[in-house]
Each structure stands twice: as C-alpha cells, then as structure tokens.
Write a protein that binds this ligand. Sequence first.
Ligand code: PLP
Length: 370
Amino acid sequence: MIGRPRPEVTAATGYVPGKAKEAVQLATGVADVLKLASNERTAPPSERVAAAMAAAAKATNRYPDHRAVSLRNALAAELSTASGTTVGIESVAVSAGSSSLLMQLTSAYAGPGREVVYPWPSFEYYPILADLSGAKSNVVPLQPDWGFDIDGLIGAVTPATTLMFVATPNNPTGTAIAKSDLNRLLEAVPDDIIVVVDEAYREYVVPDLWDPVDLVTAHPNVVHLRTFSKAHALASARVGWCLAHPEVIECIHATQTPFAVTTMALAGAEASLGELEALKDHTGQTISERQRIVAALQSLGWTPPQSQEGNFVFLPTNDATGLAGALETSGIIVRPFADTGIRATVGEPHENDRFLDALSRLSPLSPVAP
Ligand SMILES: Cc1ncc(COP(=O)(O)O)c(C=O)c1O
C-alpha cells in the first residue's frame, strides 16, 4: 500500500457511470449505438447558449468568478419572480454540478459518529458520499410500489442523524414525493437535521409542486438542490445550484474548491436561464414521450411504476444485468441496477421507438419490489 489512505477510501469503489458509447460500439460492432444510460437531454443546448459559452471561452486566461455572483444573482431574481418573495444572493450557492454540492454538504454535515438517512434505491452517489465521510448510512427501502416510505424515513432518524437526502423524482425509479408527504416528513424531522431535497429532475414533474422559497422559509434546514445538467442540456458544463438558509450557504462556501465552476459553464447556465419558455417546450415533449413509453411498456407486459416523473423510465426486473446486456446487443445502452431494474433515458421519438422495438423482442423478466 503506497501512503496511508483512510480506510473509508480503500473500501470505496467510487462512482460508476453509464457505459460509454465507444466501448459498446467496439464490443458489439453496432455502428449507431444509442446511449440512454445517463439521463442526459438528447438535444444539445440552443445556439444562443452555445454562443455564450464560446464567447466566454475567449477569456480562459482569467480565473472564473469564484463566488459566481452574476449567476447567483440571476437565480435569486428568477426565484423571487416565481415565488413573489425577494430572495437574496446569500441564499443561493453554485458549484460544479449538483454532485459537488452534495459532496460539500456531506463534508459540512456528515462524518464519523454521524448518520445519513436516505431512501433506497436512489442516486448511487449518496452511499458513496456517506461512506467516504465515515458516517453511517440509515437506508430506508422504497415501498413495494416504489413510492417513498415517509414513516420509515422519520423512524430512521436517530440522535446521531445530521443529514437526509431525498431525491424527488427519485433516480432510478422516477417516483416523486407528494407535496403533502414532503410536508409531513419535514414537520416530523428535527430541525437540526439538514434535509437535501434533490430536485435534479424537477422540470419534468407533472403534478403540482411546492414553491422552493416557501419550503426553505418554512423549513430553514431544507436545501433545495437543482442542476443545469438535465433539462438545460448542460451536463458537460457542470453547473449545479441550491437555495438554502444563508447559514447553510456559508457552510457550502466553506467547503468549495477554488474556482470550481468555469467561466464557460457560468455563461452557459446564465444564458440558459434566459430561455425558460423554450426549455418548457422541450421538457413538455420529453414528458409526452415518457408517458408514451410507459403506456407501451405496460402493453408489452412490463410493470413500470405507475407514476414516473423524470426524463427516464424505470423497469423493475430481477435480471437487470441480463436485460441491459440483451439491449446492448441491439446497440442500446441503459443503466442496470443489480436485482432492481433498468433505467432508460427518454430520448427523441425515433430513439424511443428503437428502444421499444428492442424490448418488444424480449419477454418481460421477473419483476421485483424493493
Ligand atoms: C438525483 C440526482 N441528483 C444529482 C445528480 C447529479 O447531477 P449533476 O452533478 O450533473 O448536477 C443526478 C445525476 O444523475 C441525479 O440523478
């Protein structure tokens, strides 16, 4: 062993992303591999957003704005307009993807002797972060219909709990927490526990949602976490943001890597914020395609969760690896979750047709419940 790595690090496997297109191309010989494994938006950002990033790239000799003042101001203004309550820049933080914010929150609030509560299955980065910090994970299985077990989450809290992650819509199941259930959870959880409401897929949700400003005002222990990686089509730029109480934002800033978000990324995100109407058109199309895929899957005999609200669909199966492997032979990459199911990103209509066509040639394998 070279050096003396912390035991939490030697035990960790690290985050495993969806397979790369090139690797599957080589393995299968299929030329036009379709990647539906990472919940990216299939369509690239607009010309205007691309141009803003290209213009910003001319100034790479200078460091970016470490505190992302312009983008945070734009986000605060957008939140103020949407909610009718003035939000200040001190309530908003920006970092290199919401993953970085999750890491900063974990380093600020978790650690040895502390406990982190989250539902399971959920975003695979949560256990990695908790483990690396030396905290204990208290994992609460989803309900048999893949919904959230609110009483289970409340019951999993102990005096050592300092952090809770709730992804809604949940990755990989697409199931979303109801407004009344979120309120019940937040009323019951002690207010010295930071509850991260991870809304990476909020733009794709159909049912009525809470206003983030009202939520954080009513519960100052809540972090409303968002990303530009999904609906804004800026996955590669790496920009995430959150709304939280200024004291929580200070803890996030204390754990921030210097100059984590590039000038290009900041410019792209701010330009994209100026195109929210066009973005709604695009998410609307993704939502209709999602609904079409779920209906088609049901008619093929699969049992996806009744309500799915992300830019992806989830198919429960006991043989996720087998199913993902079978789809790969048709040049389609999805994300397998061992013993749970597969997750496939909603793409353009012709890509979704190809996914459904490949599935129609496979018989539904045994479904599972968490
Ligand atoms: C629930 C959830 N949260 C956070 C993220 C992280 O996204 P990013 O770091 O690109 O903002 C993802 C990415 O897939 C996700 O599914």
